[in-house]
Design a protein around this ligand. Structure first.
Ligand code: PFF
Length: 455
């Protein structure tokens, strides 16, 4: 087995920021955030989500970037190396393993939903005219339960992802995000303005920002924490890997604030683009996973210029999903490349093929065949993978990352890596040492209490 090889680096702070925001902004912001906010009752969920992003997510984001940059290796290599340098147990590499494997599991269903988005992009080109609630729900249901088409779409989405990752950091990742991220932002702002002018903006503002605290319960709080981690791409190796391509002269805390602000800003923008349409057309905001696939097409079918708006919307969603998917594949590819020295292109194809197979199970799990009837703890394959990664691996992974940097690395080394002012460092240090572990721990204890003991 060849020894670890040196990673590539970002060519500038700007391309790093685009790539990291590209990883963060994805289906989590434009597909998940609106439907979870819709199900969770709106304003109260949104505020809790924002609080988690800045109080728990941001400190962990800073921690992950700094671990990646210090290690200069894949998440597994970086965790092992830093633990050894600090005289700590090798077992800390498990955090890296959990990230890399979690990323692979997430990508296996992320790319199925990515395939749905691609397929809807094609549907949008021919318009959704005549769609009412029944027809829209039926079309979506027919599509996801079809045994062939979702697999083709899933394959196409993964092929794009593998194509970009196999070209490497500067040749693939940077080139893709430099073009795609500005395009995404312009489209999203345009769509939001269109919604604000033509649809019910006031109702959307009221729904998103007027908290009804009675709607919150332990499950929605856990959901909001999971979403904060998911939407910031935490604990799955992506951010640590992107951190490993950073050079020493880039300011991590400043970059992390920019990433968190852009990420939650896009979630809110997506909400402000989608909910005015939902309310103006009398649709149900609590439509779960189908919100953007079943609800919005009804509106696209009725509004003036709906073919263009609908096409742009699904194009935007495709772009957001692809720039996140590449960051889910990159950690595993960087690990195998680093350990074996095998050509990146081959590694990307091998791992991508495994992910395709795993994803095919999730896709078939949606259909009416044998797999579709399998239910584990009341969840289908896709729901189960989502639950394990989003509600367990990501928050726990984030908690251990916070504990590692807060309690197992010397304060002096952390300060040197982060080059923050003493005052700001103290706040960050307090958050990673106490607030992050306690917040995540408390949410877990209450969910366990509620589901196992009280429920
Ligand atoms: N942050 C991405 C989104 O919001 O869609 C999803 C994601 C990417 C999660 C990378 C985790 C990750 F490591």
């Amino acid at each position: 087995m060849a020894g670890p090889t040196q990673h590539a680096h970002w060519s500038s702070r700007w391309t790093f920021l685009l790539a990291a925001v590209g990883s963060a902004v994805g289906l989590g912001n434009i597909w998940k955030f609106p439907y979870e906010a819709g199900e969770g009752g709106g304003g109260a969920f949104v505020l809790v989500y924002l609080a988690f992003v800045f109080i728990v997510g941001l400190p962990v984001l800073i921690a992950e970037l700094s671990l990646g940059r210090r290690g200069q290796l894949s998440p597994i290599g970086s965790m092992a190396k830093i633990a050894a340098e600090e005289g700590r147990s090798k077992a800390w590499a498990i955090v890296g393993w959990s990230g890399v494997l979690g990323g692979v599991i997430v990508l296996s269903f992320y790319s199925v939903v990515g395939g749905w988005v691609l397929a809807y992009l094609l549907k949008a080109l021919s318009g959704f005219s005549g769609y009412d609630a029944a027809m829209s729900t039926q079309t979506f249901g027919n599509f996801v339960t079809d045994p062939v088409n979702p697999i083709i779409a899933h394959f196409a989405f993964l092929a794009i992802t593998i194509g970009i990752v196999s070209r490497g950091v500067q040749g693939g990742l940077e080139k893709a995000v430099t073009f795609l991220m500005p395009a995404l932002f312009v489209l999203l702002v345009g769509l939001m303005l269109y919604s604000a002018i033509t649809a019910d903006f006031a109702a959307a503002l009221n729904f998103l920002f007027n908290p009804d605290w009675g709607k919150l319960n332990v499950n929605t709080v856990l959901q909001a924490l999971g979403l904060a981690f998911f939407s910031l791409s935490l604990a799955l190796g992506s951010i640590m890997t992107y951190g490993s391509y950073l050079t020493k002269d880039m300011n991590i805390p400043q970059s992390a604030v920019t990433i968190a602000a852009a990420d939650s800003g896009v979630a809110l923008l997506a909400g402000l683009a989608i909910f005015p349409i939902v309310f103006a057309y009398g649709l149900n905001p609590g439509q779960s996973v189908g919100l953007v696939f079943t609800t919005l097409p009804i509106a696209f079918g009725q509004m003036p210029g709906g073919v263009i708006v609908g096409t742009l919307f699904f194009f935007l969603l495709t772009v957001a999903a692809v720039t996140s998917a590449i960051s889910l594949l990159e950690p595993a590819v960087s690990y195998v490349e680093e350990r074996t020295g095998i050509d990146r292109k081959k590694v990307a194809v091998y791992i991508g093929t495994g992910i395709f197979a795993m994803g095919t199970l999730s896709a078939w799990g949606q259909s009416g065949n044998v797999l579709g009837n399998i239910s584990i703890f009341g969840l289908d394959f896709m729901g189960l993978k989502d639950f394990i990664t989003n509600n367990i691996m990501m928050p726990l992974g984030g908690m251990f990352i916070a504990i590692f940097v807060g309690w197992f690395i010397s304060r002096k080394n952390m300060m040197e890596e982060l080059t923050m002012e003493e005052g700001t460092f103290k706040i960050w240090y307090f958050l990673v040492r106490y607030v992050c572990p306690v917040a995540v721990g408390a949410v877990f204890v209450s969910i366990i209490y509620n589901t196992v003991i009280a429920g």
